[in-house]
Design a binder for this molecule. Structure first.
Ligand code: H2U
Ligand code: ZN
Length: 347
């Protein structure tokens, strides 16, 4: 019999936030790659692009024109996936062909008028404005009677399906709580009932003691690769106190959030010396007015890259049909990110 070790042998790790398992195969990192290699978008972009539908003063779909905005800019998505109008008519609420209408709103948030920047390269006061816009949108949309959940996110990079390199994110607000936060809601509620403390607060304590998965931190925030990470360089961003939603962040916590966002995204960019693609987003307490004891605000960063700027991870085969799998253990990924500088490679 071989003595089991988390660094050398195949094992499964449980994600307590979703209740789902991930297969970890640390011995597999040396396999050769003759598969798809990604094309990289050009690194140098103009400050202003006359053809960009997000730059100030430019036109968008439907004969709309962006104002000459100087900081952040929010607008209703011209191709929204959700609609605010209530709907009438028959729905199947039981049986095998269930459906229900859903009301909602989709917005686009431009982080900066500058076409050539990313969060990593923006100045701290400007990142703070993005934080304030996220909080403000959550308050505004969450107050609507038909909105039960506000999902704030950013798709960055063509590899993640972003349609435009201009720094921007999206906000989708829905009546129903979507699948991912719904799983987290149940897990956090069950943990709080059993232990009387938020799951993520106890988890953060464990991680601060262990240290090996921490990437960077400040007085109010900790960025780490979670023990159960699925994506190669996945991170979770946690507040040090159990705040439930973005609007509840105090002034100092918002400044500190801008700081940790810049540092984390700079480390990401420096890892392979490219503008690092990812999907990131916030999971915050639903806005339907119910009690959610134990819910703790956090952000997930899910970057697709695996071993270089051009080799990405594919979630296919066993991962689609069985469960997610990763090669490089979370601890090794955290160490790689810790080694990266917090001075951006383009500075
Ligand atoms: P992504 O890059 O993450 O796809 O976000 C850009 C969004 O901008 C996308 O959802 C919207 C698209 O629907 N959009 C407009 O609202 N107006 C336009 O003129 C072009 C794109
Ligand atoms: Zn632009």
């Amino acid at each position: 019999m071989v003595a089991f070790s988390l660094t050398d042998h195949p094992h499964r790790r449980l994600n307590p936030l979703t209740g789902e398992w991930v297969l970890v195969s640390p011995h597999r990192t040396r396999r050769p790659w003759q598969g798809q290699v990604e094309k990289l978008p050009p690194e140098i972009r103009p400050r202003y692009d006359p053809g960009c539908y997000l730059c100030p003063g430019n036109s968008r779909a439907g004969d709309l024109t962006n104002p000459p905005y100087e900081h952040t800019f929010v607008f209703d998505n011209d191709f929204a996936a959700l609609m605010p109008q209530p709907m009438e008519g028959a729905v199947n609420q039981a049986g095998l062909l269930r459906a229900e209408p859903v009301q909602g709103l989709c917005r686009v948030l431009c982080f900066s008028p500058r076409h050539d920047l990313t969060l990593a390269e923006m100045a701290l006061p400007d990142i703070r404005r993005v934080v304030d816009a996220w909080a403000q949108q959550t308050t505004e949309l969450g107050a609507l009677p038909f909105i039960g959940y506000v999902q704030v996110f950013e798709n960055r990079g063509a590899m993640m399906g972003a349609s435009n390199p201009h720094p921007h994110g999206q906000i989708w607000a829905t009546e129903a709580i979507p699948n991912e936060p719904a799983k987290e809601m149940q897990q956090q509620a069950a943990y709080f009932t059993a232990h009387g403390r938020p799951l993520l607060l106890d988890y953060l304590d464990l991680e601060l003691t262990a240290g090996e998965r921490i990437v960077c931190a400040n007085d109010h925030w900790v960025a780490l690769t979670p023990f159960w990470a699925v994506w190669p360089f996945e991170t979770i961003l946690l507040p040090r106190r159990p705040v439930a939603a973005l609007p509840a962040l105090a002034d100092a916590e918002r400044d500190a959030l801008a700081d940790v966002l810049k540092r984390l995204t700079t480390r990401y960019d420096n890892l392979f010396e490219i503008s690092f693609p990812y999907s990131m987003g916030w999971h915050q307490r639903p806005t339907d007015g119910k009690e959610y004891p134990g819910w703790m605000l956090h952000a997930h960063f899910y970057p697709p890259l695996l071993r270089s700027a051009t080799v990405r991870k594919f979630m296919v085969g066993f991962e689609m049909l069985g469960e997610p799998q990763r090669d490089i253990p979370a601890e090794a990924a955290a160490a790689r990110l810790r080694e990266c500088s917090e001075v951006h490679y383009r500075d």
